[in-house]
Design a binder for this molecule. Structure first.
Ligand SMILES: Cc1ncc(COP(=O)(O)O)c(C=O)c1O
Length: 471
């Protein structure tokens, strides 16, 4: 027998026949055509006559990308074989030159921070709203975008995330109108929203709301392989040739044909029967909600829980009570063989896609009911972070410089005035309070220690409350 520990681990997981409420959205092959799954290795080819070339497409790939553009409401779509991550990086490099300003939602994904560092962009951060009921970050308010546009008239554009990890969608129509009124470009990191365009009951996708560029991880919410993704463009202001050159620079010269085929298949499935598949999924989700209605001490994130913005119901977010998110994830896995996408202090997050069925959702409802009952009627308060997230601190040096300079560790209590060389991200709400190049303040230190003292989790704190600083 060959020894292949990773393969063994995955085989073991698959053999346990889990109920997967995590990505990828094909749910362990359930949502993909049988012929594709059984022929996997056969379809893993390279650039040979007839298979076209991702970097200079003229034939099958060009046709598949054009069909995707039509299906997703874009002028032009490119396949991404390295996730939304490379789409985000390419979009940022297309819109900004070194030193240019970009208005960026502070709740953005790590790839955006990497783009700031790699491309030498001068970020103007805007904070999203905070949802105190679930202890999570919420929408980006159009008024906050407008203020940044007024304060920084030289910014090249705006980059925001919608939906966020919890399925909360900002009002992209209003935001795109504002951004365009100021003559700028709107990039939407829509990594979690590739399915939105295919059912009228779901929030509108960003291409239909005026975004110039949208980046979508097909592998998260569609039946596509990891890390298949799309970048869509619908804009007269975006230099598409430049974007394609940037993609050539960022994507591998050996793109996976399996991943590209799965993007083509996912588009075809959604275009042909997405509306009815999503109707069925939404019925199952409403059924699931009925099954968990009335359970003490839990709450379900819905559009009604939001003051503004809307919520994608396929992103199932259940508030389990103070500090019970992680425990619920563990119990669901160990006792019910259900694996959720993620958990935080209060909540579990499940990704439901067209590859799931009523039975999967009923199993989830049953597991949640039993876990919640095992918690009994103990108090159900949420772990609350202070509602005021600290202001973005002053920047002393560029991100890249802070990452490259020598570093040392200091106790966070003594960090006031030090320049951060690392990110510090409390969960919840998952928004970095400081990033490389910014200066520690007493306000930030107090906020972070408050979360740590209450038992919260902060990425970027090591050992006995040490943080990385420059020097
Ligand atoms: C908001 C957001 N943007 C971008 C990404 C990166 O996507 P990918 O994993 O497809 O590269 C993620 C990944 O989780 C994400 O959550």
């Amino acid at each position: 027998m060959i020894k292949a520990p990773l393969f063994d681990a995955i085989e073991k997981y698959a053999a346990s026949r889990p109920v997967p409420f995590h990505m990828p959205g094909h749910k362990m092959g359930k949502g993909l055509p049988e012929a594709f799954c059984s022929g996997m290795a056969k379809y893993d080819v390279t650039e040979i006559p007839g298979t076209d070339n991702l970097h200079f497409p003229e034939d099958a790939i060009l046709m598949a990308q054009d069909m995707a553009a039509e299906a997703f409401g874009a002028d032009k779509t490119f396949f991404l074989v390295n996730g939304s991550t490379c789409g985000v990086l390419a979009a940022m490099r297309t819109v900004c030159r070194p030193g240019d300003r970009l208005i960026i939602g502070r709740d953005c994904h790590r790839s955006v921070y990497n783009g700031i560092s790699m491309w030498g962009i001068d970020p103007v951060f805007i904070n999203p709203a905070y949802n105190p009921e679930f202890g999570i970050s919420s929408i980006t308010e159009p008024s906050v975008v407008e203020k940044a546009l007024t304060d920084y008239p030289d910014a090249k554009g705006v980059l925001i995330t919608s939906p966020n990890y919890y399925g909360i969608c900002s009002d992209i129509s209003k935001i795109s109108k504002l951004v365009h009124d100021y003559g700028k470009i709107l990039i939407v990191d829509e990594a979690h929203g590739a399915h939105l365009r295919f059912n009228r009951k779901l929030p509108l996708c960003s291409m239909d709301q005026g975004a110039d560029i949208s980046i979508q991880s097909a592998h998260k919410t569609l039946p596509a392989l990891t890390p298949g993704a799309f970048i869509h463009i619908k804009s007269k202001s975006v230099d598409i040739d430049k974007l394609q050159r940037n993609l050539r620079m960022l994507q591998t010269t050996s793109p996976s044909y399996l991943v590209m085929c799965s993007l083509d298949i996912a588009r075809a499935i959604m275009q042909e029967k997405g509306e009815s598949l999503l109707d069925d999924l939404l019925d199952s989700i409403y059924n699931f909600r009925k099954q968990i209605a009335g359970i003490n001490c839990i709450s379900v994130l819905t559009g009604d829980s939001l003051q503004k913005g809307s919520h994608d119901p396929t992103r199932i977010v259940i508030g389990m009570g103070c500090k019970r998110g992680f425990e619920t994830e563990k119990l669901l896995r160990e006792k019910f063989n259900i694996q959720v996408e993620m958990s935080d202090m209060n909540n579990i997050v499940c990704i439901a896609t067209v590859s799931d069925n009523n039975e999967d959702l009923s199993k989830l409802a049953c597991g949640i009911r039993q876990v919640a009952e095992s918690f009994q009627a103990e108090e159900s308060l949420r772990f609350k972070v202070p509602s005021r997230i600290p202001d973005t601190p002053e920047r002393a040096i560029g991100m890249r410089e802070a990452e490259d300079l020598p570093q040392r560790k200091v106790p966070i209590r003594n960090a006031n005035g030090c320049i951060a060389s690392d990110y510090l991200t409390p969960y919840p709400p998952g928004i970095p309070v400081i990033i490389p190049g910014e200066v520690y303040t007493d306000e930030i230190i107090g906020y972070v220690l408050g979360i740590v003292d209450a038992g919260g989790k902060v990425n970027g704190i090591y050992g006995k409350q040490l943080v990385n600083v420059v020097g």
